[in-house]
Design a protein around this ligand. Structure first.
Ligand SMILES: Cc1ncc(COP(=O)(O)O)c(C=O)c1O
Length: 474
């Protein structure tokens, strides 16, 4: 549903505000413009910048609540529609953003957790010690099982975390957890997905084939009083999309669930992983209600057809939970005309260090000017501060180009990347040593108080030189 988009053939007035209003359905998704200044969920971003300066990262925390509520409502609606006799369980995938303010927020929403490494479990222990995580909540342990990870799982189960599930990726992981587990515990098994035809490998390197799952269960789990198999998990690498590939892969995987359920009656949960898309462009539209409706419909129809009771459905939405809460704001600190076609606007930070997905996997995000919307627009390239020639951003999802307001001498321009709340800090290495010693930006948390008024908290100030020199051993 995007309006586009042969820019040259459209009768666009040449102000930045006209460009945005005519190219996209705008305002939407919490974005709005008043007096030529950008607002995000009612936050006057220009005012935010005046208060705290740039570069600045922020998280608008109420968005986390509304995303969780949205998924739960849509699953519940679909459950009612299809008379689905199972439960829906929203888990948050901690690796998307490990920050305490994210974990605290998702837990306030009664969400369970999915982990991917040994230290993730230390976070859970700490949250439990502070009364934020209860011992009967689900902990779905995915990821490669090292000795330390297996020890941490076993120790949490011993201390009473009765719903920790060790999801096995291969048979060796069974032997490893068997070595450390003293108390009975739950196991899960990850089903290997078949990748899209254009992917580099045919079958995902993660998970096990259908036959191996049944063999592992029959040989090592079925008669073992220490373990019960109660979750099957899969994660379709390309995410939840309304494509023939996704629906046919879902059908195959639900059939695997039914096959295993027929030999393993204790199995009752199907964890369909993460991958719910988020808006990284103002030019697309996702029909979440339809996708969730169809997921529930397929699972129910296949299980009914196979005469197998429907499973409880677990999801591990990472980006969906936290992605749209985040943003990064920069100022343009210089311009450089490189030839008659290429004009560069320099931001006061780096894409490589603060938005590494833009550099590593060519990820696009929603990108908008924060001020000067009444100025004429022009095509530009955005350059980052590092000396790396790859530290740039010059292509938007819909237009394959980037436009910004034109500036006269002395005029100030701020701009922002939005929905950047997932993965960027963990991949970029928050507060560590980064390319050309570009410091980690300050980080502001935005929330609503009891009266619904905006409130701000400085989570971290900009990284300082002492912290870097310290890490470097000076
Ligand atoms: C096992 C597993 N679950 C959940 C997720 C979260 O995916 P997303 O952020 O796309 O929701 C990931 C992401 O890599 C994953 O590997």
């Amino acid at each position: 549903m995007h309006k586009f988009i042969e820019l040259n053939t459209l009768n666009i007035k040449n102000r930045y505000t006209d460009l945005i209003h005519q190219t996209f359905f705008f305002p939407r998704h919490g974005f709005d413009v008043k007096d030529n200044q950008l607002f995000f969920h009612g936050v006057d971003l220009n005012e935010l910048i005046e208060k705290f300066g740039t570069p600045l990262k922020f998280n608008y925390l109420p968005k986390i609540d509304s995303q969780i509520e949205k998924a739960r409502n849509l699953f519940n609606q679909a459950f009612e529609k299809y008379d689905y006799q199972g439960k829906y369980n929203y888990c948050y995938c901690t690796k998307s953003s490990h920050f305490s303010f994210v974990l605290n927020r998702v837990l306030e929403n009664g969400v369970d957790l999915e982990t991917s490494s040994a230290f993730d479990l230390s976070i859970i222990k700490k949250l439990a010690a502070n009364g934020k995580f209860q011992k009967n909540q689900f902990i779905i342990c995915n990821g490669y099982k090292t000795e330390q990870y297996a020890q941490n799982m076993a120790s949490l189960v011993e201390s009473g975390f009765e719903n920790l599930v060790c999801v096995l990726d291969n048979v060796d992981e069974f032997d490893l957890i068997d070595k450390y587990a003293k108390k009975p515990m739950h196991l899960g098994i990850r089903i290997a997905t078949e990748e899209e035809p254009n992917f580099l490998v045919y079958t995902s390197r993660l998970g096990m084939s259908h036959k191996k799952i049944v063999d592992l269960y029959e040989e090592k789990i079925k008669h073992n009083p220490k373990f019960s198999l109660n979750v099957l998990h899969f994660f379709v690498n390309s995410g939840i999309r309304d494509t023939t590939y996704f629906w046919s892969e879902l059908t195959r995987l639900v059939n695997v669930y039914c096959d295993v359920k027929q030999v393993c009656p204790e199995l009752e949960n199907l964890d369909i992983g993460g991958g719910m898309p988020i808006y990284t462009s103002l030019g697309v539209e996702y029909d979440y209600a339809y996708m969730i409706d169809q997921i529930v419909y397929y699972i129910k129809a296949i299980c009914d057809n196979r005469e197998v009771p429907v499973p409880n459905i677990l999801t591990e939405f990472g980006s969906f939970t936290v992605g749209e809460s985040g943003g990064s704001l920069y100022s343009i600190i210089g311009q450089k005309e490189q030839n008659d076609k290429e004009l560069w606007y320099m931001i006061n930070s780096s894409f490589i260090t603060t938005l590494p997905d833009t550099w590593g996997i060519g990820q696009k995000f929603i990108m908008l000017a924060v001020n000067q919307w009444d100025h004429e627009f022009q095509r530009i390239n955005l350059g980052g501060l590092t000396c790396d020639s790859q530290d740039f951003y010059n292509s938007d999802t819909n237009t394959n180009q980037v436009f910004m307001p034109k500036l006269k001498d002395g005029e100030v321009l701020h701009m922002g990347f939005f929905h950047t709340g997932a993965y960027q800090e963990s991949l970029g290495g928050y507060g560590g040593i980064q390319h050309c010693l570009i410091p980690a930006p300050k980080h502001i948390l935005i929330d609503l108080d009891d009266e619904g008024n905006l409130k701000y908290e400085v989570f971290a100030t900009e990284q300082n030189v002492d912290s870097m020199l310290n890490i470097l051993g000076y």
